[in-house]
Design a protein around this ligand. Structure first.
Ligand SMILES: Nc1ncnc2c1ncn2[C@@H]1O[C@H](COP(=O)(O)OP(=O)(O)OP(=O)(O)O)[C@@H](O)[C@H]1O
Ligand SMILES: [Mg+2]
Length: 263
């Protein structure tokens, strides 16, 4: 499957996600920040040959940002009120993939509007127009939920019940090596090996509760790997990993692990 960039030693992640969508069921990707949820969703959209429409619930989404808004159009001197379809309605009508990022961060009163679209009814009653929309048969929904960082909220039960869940944990060192080889600017095999060995230590420290999950994110490691092509590795570490942390103990633990590999 050339071109698809999501990599994980647990091949069931991709396989099961693919098959959940193949059956037209809603997929919820659960995992820490930078673990590849959006990457996987993008790859799946490409595999199914569907366009993906994204909404982000961490910003202040409301009914209008989901469903659309009314506006006035002038045609031949005549005023006309028209409704501009928002991302949810566009995805439903055109059979796109709707990607709902950080779905647990949405205000509780907003998302129940989607309940009928997400179950066997596959319809949505647009309260802004009174129109009932029936989803195209290609319409599918992928949602993502961040676990392990402050401010995350549990997901509404009725909503959660409508999804099939796939959890993504951080990758093993071999998978990370492949990701860095494919996606990072760094091409020195020695540095890449050191970075993946360092990442292995980070994952161990995360599992032991010594450091937070964000620190072993693939995203940070990619940044570290890229930056280390231009600035000294210890400074690259500071910019991409340690200076994001407030806790000095965590910073020291990470720095010590780094020194083991890079000095
Ligand atoms: N398992 C993976 N395979 C391939 N690339 C990955 C993987 N995990 C992370 N990445 C890369 O790391 C970066 C972050 O990944 P992505 O944006 O998909 O994370 P995310 O889980 O959606 O994070 P967030 O919850 O913060 O949105 C991207 O550049 C992505 O290509
Ligand atoms: Mg994402």
């Amino acid at each position: 499957m050339a071109g698809f960039k999501f990599r994980h030693e647990d091949e069931a992640i991709h396989h099961d996600s693919f098959n959940i969508l193949k059956l037209g069921k809603n997929l919820l990707l659960k995992g820490p920040t930078g673990a590849g949820k959006t990457r996987l969703a993008d790859d799946l959209a490409a595999e199914f040959g569907r366009e993906m429409v994204s909404i982000n619930c961490s910003v202040d989404i409301d009914m209008e940002s989901l469903l659309g808004f009314k506006t006035i159009e002038y045609e031949e001197g005549q005023q006309e009120i028209i409704f501009v379809d928002g991302p949810v309605i566009r995805a439903m009508k055109n059979g796109h993939i709707l990607y709902i990022d950080e779905i647990n961060m949405a205000k509780p009163e907003v998302l129940p509007i989607l309940n009928a679209a997400l179950d066997y009814r596959r319809t949505l009653m647009n309260p802004l127009t009174g129109e009932e929309i029936t989803a195209d048969e290609d319409f599918i929904v992928i949602a993502a939920i961040n676990i392990g960082y402050a401010g995350t909220m549990p997901m509404n039960e009725a909503l959660l019940n409508r999804f099939n869940v796939v959890e993504i944990d951080y990758v093993s060192d071999d998978a990370l090596l492949e990701i860095l080889e494919n996606q990072s600017l760094q091409d020195n095999p020695d540095v890449l090996r050191k970075l993946t060995d360092f990442h292995k230590d980070l994952v161990t420290m995360t599992r032991q509760g010594q450091i937070s999950k964000e620190s072993s994110s693939v995203r940070s490691l990619l940044d570290l790997s890229d930056l280390s092509t231009l600035i000294p590795p210890d400074r690259a570490l500071q910019r991409t990993v340690t200076d994001k942390l407030d806790n000095d103990q965590e910073k020291t633990a990470i720095y010590n692990a780094f020194k083991l590999h890079f000095e």
